[in-house]
Design a protein around this ligand. Structure first.
Ligand code: ADP
Ligand code: ADP
Length: 228
């Protein structure tokens, strides 16, 4: 479902962020992406959700060659990919409900459909009774749950999570991890960059390690493998 063939990414300032990455990620996999800061993990993820385009090489997601996608087709591909960040990125002036509904309003779903679906996903992330709170009235873990609800509300085939537990304490991080595991179990592919050694080592899922822009390790039931 996600395939990279000899992908290079050089930023305009000359930084070689990825240097010859080839990988295949199948439907319904759960993949941890690990490696030192500056190794190229975020770039790897950004190429998948088409925030950046490769300098060289091919990337396909769900059969679309996304490096060469026509501008007008980008929204269709993005809709099929939910993205979660370390800093949540909720709209501060909207409630939890509105933050999630927004993703459906932009595709002009009927109001009734929106309400049903938004409450369904808020229930799934355990926040049905806090739908009317602003982000500032929610804890960090709760804000990340809203972000996850927003990411899954369109039923994407893939979730890209860039250090989703990076701002959370260990206990809250485990809650987020269990939620992502549940979402994966229900049929969504998950690619998650992380520095959380404890989580990676106890979940024993596929681990891809990136160093200096190259994949240096790719193991099923892998381990974190670093001391940081
Ligand atoms: P990681 O997520 O592993 O920390 P990144 O993919 O963010 O790594 O960065 C890889 C390299 O590319 C780093 O040297 C970083 O400084 C550089 N880089 C990332 N984004 C940009 C950008 N927009 N312009 C220039 N250099 C960048
Ligand atoms: P954590 O330490 O797990 O991030 P917090 O101590 O921030 O959690 O919050 C604990 C509970 O208090 C949460 O259920 C959260 O919704 C609630 N809460 C936190 N801040 C506010 C606030 N400003 N207004 C209303 N409820 C809040």
């Amino acid at each position: 479902m996600i395939e990279m063939q000899d992908v290079y990414k050089t930023y305009p300032n000359g930084t070689h962020a990825l240097r010859g990455v080839s990988v295949q990620i199948d439907r319904n996999e759960f993949v941890y992406v690990v490696g030192p800061s500056g190794a190229g993990k975020s770039t790897f993820m950004k190429l998948i959700y088409r925030e950046e385009v490769p300098t060289k090489g091919q990337i396909s997601v769900n059969g679309f060659n996304i490096g060469r996608l026509k501008q007008r087709k980008i929204p269709y591909v993005r809709r099929n990919i939910g993205v979660i960040f370390q800093d949540f990125r909720l709209l501060p002036k909207l409630t939890a409900y509105e933050n999630v509904a927004f993703a459906l309003e932009v595709i002009e779903a009927p109001k009734k459909v929106i309400k049903k679906r938004v409450m369904e996903v808020l229930d799934l992330v355990g926040l049905k009774n806090k739908a009317n709170r602003d982000p500032s009235q929610l804890s960090g873990g709760e804000q990340q749950r809203v972000a996850i609800a927003r990411a899954i509300v369109n039923n994407p085939s893939v979730i890209i999570a860039d250090e989703p537990t990076g701002n959370l304490d260990p206990e809250t991080s485990w809650g987020i991890m269990q939620l992502l595991d549940e979402i994966n179990f229900r049929g969504t592919t998950i690619v998650m960059a992380t520095h959380n050694k404890e989580i990676v080592n106890s979940m024993r899922k596929r681990v891809i390690a990136i160093e200096h822009g190259q994949i240096v390790r790719d193991e099923q039931r892998g381990e974190y493998g670093y001391e940081f």
